[in-house]
Write a protein that binds this ligand. Structure first.
Ligand SMILES: NC(=O)c1ccc[n+]([C@@H]2O[C@H](COP(=O)([O-])OP(=O)(O)OC[C@H]3O[C@@H](n4cnc5c(N)ncnc54)[C@H](O)[C@@H]3O)[C@@H](O)[C@H]2O)c1
Length: 438
């Protein structure tokens, strides 16, 4: 039977060490073996230490939870002591009775204005935005620069990232969340439906999951939309009207959001206020909205589509100036009652509200174009078209009596005055004055 050959370095080891006299070479070999083992152990510890240091100290690259749209499937870097310090500093309350607010969608149009207003009155504000490219992200970056100057830090990340949201609540005990992050726009849903599900449904649920488990639970104010009134013909739209005939996937996801809000209020005691915004416009606005791209195209001499409803009906919108919307948002935050749950459990009934925030004076889109022509001193090339059936509704008009009564909401800017401010900003921003203030 063939015997296994013992390994060479074990050959010289005596069965009972100490009973045999060791010769010099044996000693040297053992000594070398011991010292290489010590060296190996030492470097293993150093290596392990470095790995631990990397995980605990370095910013955590956070892979974005699956975004089927693929538009924002990026990784974000967050975490680490410097990052936490910035977040804490930005969210620090500086006024008596101030609140500390997590603003999602802070690099967006409404988010930028709301964050600025909160910061200016001494509230603590921390922004969150994934800077997706639904429209030119350089505009979002310019808003970010503007916010940084005001003292607002925007964390870069997605509302679907639970680890990030949990971390934010660990670093700051937010009293309120102003949730504005969403996939906006009605027509884009035909091209990229999954982006609406990702941000407006999955993202909302993820955010509410984190809020319900936070201690203390924050009060949440969030943006729904006038689009939930869908194909309704009774005007002005009141909060009591039906909202079960959405005309776009966008509207359907906002409506779903309102039902989801009801559930989290009912089960977990989260205080939830939904705001149905009506066509918001103003400086730092959204390039996918008609007033914005009409301005661009009039200046470029390009034809602009003016939609005609069936039977030559007028297409009109209840255009609402951004400063009025901001006042409504702040009033909603200030009147929001505390959530009643703790440790993820409801301890009593909590506030659940829905408000229209509009201007209550719908303007035909053709009048909007006439105002822009006067302000820009350029004649528009109007191209009349049938209203396509891809999500737009013919008419919006808000009944705002509930918001007036409960929030003291009172819009004060007419379309002429508001567009004048928008055009001034637009010209300044596009003439290289990218840091134009609103
Ligand atoms: N502007 C309007 O006329 C209007 C009308 C009705 C409702 N709303 C609602 O108001 C809110 C703000 O709208 P806006 O006009 O400022 O739009 P916006 O697109 O300018 O702002 C939304 C911001 O949210 C961010 N975002 C989107 N998905 C995200 C995600 N998954 N994670 C993190 N960030 C994400 C975007 O990058 C963007 O900066 C939205 O909820 C919108 O649906 C707006």
């Amino acid at each position: 039977m063939s015997q296994l050959k013992p390994m060479s370095h074990l050959e010289n080891i005596p069965p009972t060490p100490g009973k045999l006299k060791m010769d010099k070479s044996l000693f040297t070999n053992r000594h070398r073996w011991h010292s290489s083992l010590t060296t190996l152990t030492f470097w293993s510890f150093v290596f392990l230490g470095l790995i631990l240091l990397f995980f605990f100290r370095a910013p955590s690259p956070s892979p974005l939870p699956s975004d089927p749209s693929g538009r924002s499937s990026r990784t974000y870097n967050w975490g680490g002591p410097a990052w936490e310090k910035r977040a804490r500093y930005s969210a620090r309350v500086r006024s008596r009775n101030g609140i500390s607010v997590l603003v999602t969608g802070a690099a967006g149009f409404v988010g930028t204005h709301v964050s600025t207003a909160l910061k200016r009155r001494g509230d603590g504000v921390l922004g969150l935005d994934n800077f997706n490219d639904y429209y030119d992200p350089s505009l979002k970056r310019a808003r970010q620069v503007h916010l940084e100057r005001t003292g607002v830090f925007i964390v870069e990340g997605d509302i679907n990232d639970s680890a990030l949201l949990n971390k934010l609540f660990e670093v700051v005990a937010f009293t309120h969340v102003m949730h504005l992050a969403a996939q906006a726009g009605v027509r884009y849903a035909i091209e990229n439906p999954s982006s609406y599900v990702h941000s407006n449904i999955a993202g909302l649920v993820n955010l509410l999951e984190v809020c319900k488990s936070a201690n203390p639970q924050p009060a949440i104010v969030w943006a729904s939309s006038s689009s939930v009134y869908g194909l309704n013909t009774k005007v002005p739209f009141s909060e009591r009207d039906r909202t079960d005939q959405p005309a776009s996937l966008y509207a359907a996801t906002k409506k779903a959001g309102e039902e989801i809000a009801h559930t989290y209020n009912h089960i977990y005691g989260l205080s939830l206020t939904g705001l149905r915004f009506f066509t918001v416009y103003g400086p730092w606005g959204r390039p996918d909205m008609a007033y914005f791209f009409f301005t661009r195209d009039i200046l470029r001499g390009k034809p602009i589509p003016i939609f005609k409803a069936p039977n030559h009906g007028t297409v009109a919108r209840d255009f609402t100036y951004i400063d009025d919307i901001v006042k409504g948002c702040l009033a909603a935050l200030d009147t929001a009652e505390k959530s009643t749950g703790s440790g993820g459990k409801k301890r009593g009934p909590a506030q659940l509200r829905i408000f229209n925030l509009g201007n209550t004076s719908p303007v035909p889109v053709s009048d909007l174009v006439s105002i822009l022509e006067r302000l820009l001193k350029v004649r528009a090339k109007r191209h009349s078209m049938k209203l396509p059936r891809n999500g737009d509704v013919q008419f919006t008009h808000a009944n705002i009596s509930l918001a007036q009564r409960e929030l003291g909401y009172k819009p004060t800017t007419d379309l002429q005055t508001g567009l004048k401010k928008f055009v001034r900003w637009y010209l300044s921003y596009h003439s290289g004055g990218k840091m134009a203030t609103g």
